[in-house]
Design a protein around this ligand. Sequence first.
Ligand SMILES: [Zn+2]
Length: 225
Amino acid sequence: MANPMQALASLLTAGVLMISQPISTVTPQNNPDDLLLVNREWRISGKYTPDVRLSNVPGQVRRLTHEAADHLEAMFAACKQETGKQMLSVSGYRDYEKQTKLWNQKLRNVHGDEAQADAYVARPGASEHQTGLSMDVGQNGVNDSLGEAFADSVAGQWMRENSWRFGFVLRYDKGWEEITGYSYEPWHFRYVGDEHAARIHELNIPLEEYLLLIRRERFLDTLTP
Ligand SMILES: [Zn+2]
C-alpha cells in the first residue's frame, strides 16, 4: 500500500481530488457541530435554532451556545487580565427571523437593489450568527466597535493572537474575501472548539479551506491499511 502522501499525489494527478475547489463543493453536511459551515452559498433553514444562553460578559446581544458562551467568558477574562482592556459583546446569536428583518430593512434602504443589499447584510440563513457560535466583539472605549478601528485596538490585536486558546478563530480576514464571501471583519470570531482553533490559527486559513483539508485527511485515513 502506498503511503498517504503518495496516495494523495496519485489521486491529484488522476484529477480525482482537486486542491482548489470553489465554495460550492464544500457541503455543510457531515461536519461536526462545532464546524458547522454557514456562508452566502450554504444557508441554514429557519428551523435551525441552537440551544443558547446569555453569556455573562458586558455588552449586548450576548447569547451563544452554552459551550461557546463558557469559552467567551474565559476569553474576555483573560484579555482583561493580560491587557487590562475590557472587551464587549456587540452581536452574538441572531435568529432567522431577525436576519430576515435586517435583510428586508436593508433592501428597502437601497430601493430594492438586491446586489447592493447583499454587499451589506447576509440573507436569512446565510449569517453565521444564526449558529450561536459567532460573536462580534469590541473594546470598551473604542468607538466604531464594528469597524476596522477594532483591528488596531489592544483587544483587537490580543484577539488575533490569542482567541484560538479559547476555541475561537477570526473568520473573515483580509485577503480571504473570495473564499469566505464576506468582507474583512476584524471583530467577528467563530467558535470551533479548542483543537480545531489551534490548527486553524497555525495554518492561518479560512474555515472553508480547513474543512477541505480535514476531509482529505479523513479520506486518506481510509486508504491506510
Ligand atoms: Zn459578525
